[in-house]
Write a protein that binds this ligand. Structure first.
Ligand code: URA
Length: 204
């Protein structure tokens, strides 16, 4: 149900058109999920980063936000290599899939609420396609809220907190983590150890 040609959000579609004109070698389109198609863990980020997923076409690939994520996946034996730099580097994930709450790059990395809502059916379809058992891991509050929305739950049902675990109505568990952004890691709001601890729990 992922639509590589989606133009449901006029602001985002226009923004991507402009980028494609300025930087013809950039992916500049909705970024599909990446990884195992029968995962035991679905990791949900916020949205593609300008010079990362929006350039390479793979979530968290080619920019700072992916460094800790892919290194930690590798350290836990969940991938074939510690870095993800290009869409054609042959990287494979073992039992893990990565997607975003919003599939298109938003200006200033800030999707509007209407854009998060427009994109939510795509996230819901990705969740519906999962086999059980499969856990979910939200990177940041926007992803956490998008998951609740995809389940049709009130956003007040579960409070976002780093390392919180929430039992979803279908028996899956949602794990929360602070987003592995440059800001969060450089300020040590999120350390490598904190991140590894949550990812380890979520992938068990
Ligand atoms: N890149 C992504 O794909 N998602 C994020 O949330 C951040 C960077």
């Amino acid at each position: 149900m992922f639509n590589p040609d989606c133009r449901d959000c006029p602001r985002l579609a226009t923004f991507l058109d402009e980028i494609k004109t300025d930087k013809p070698d950039y992916f500049a389109a909705p970024v599909p999920a990446f990884g195992d198609d029968q995962p035991k863990l679905l990791i949900i980020g916020l949205a593609p980063g300008m010079h990362g997923a929006n350039r390479t076409g793979r979530p968290f690939t080619g920019d700072y936000a992916g460094l800790l994520l892919y290194q930690t996946l590798f350290d836990l034996g969940l991938s074939s290599a510690p870095t993800s730099e290009h869409g054609d580097d042959g990287l494979s994930l073992h039992g893990v899939r990565i997607t975003n709450a919003v599939k298109c790059l938003p200006p200033q990395n800030k999707p509007e609420t209407s854009e998060i809502k427009n994109c939510n059916p795509y996230l819901k379809a990705e969740i519906d396609a999962l086999n059980t058992p499969c856990n979910l891991m939200a990177l940041g509050k926007i992803a956490h809220d998008a998951i609740l929305r995809a389940y049709g739950l009130k956003l007040s049902t579960f409070k976002f907190a780093h390392a919180a675990e929430h039992l979803l109505p279908d028996g899956r568990t949602l794990f929360d983590s602070y987003h592995c952004s440059r800001y969060n890691t450089q300020t040590r709001r999120l350390t490598a150890e904190m991140f590894q601890d949550v990812l380890k729990q979520a992938s068990q």
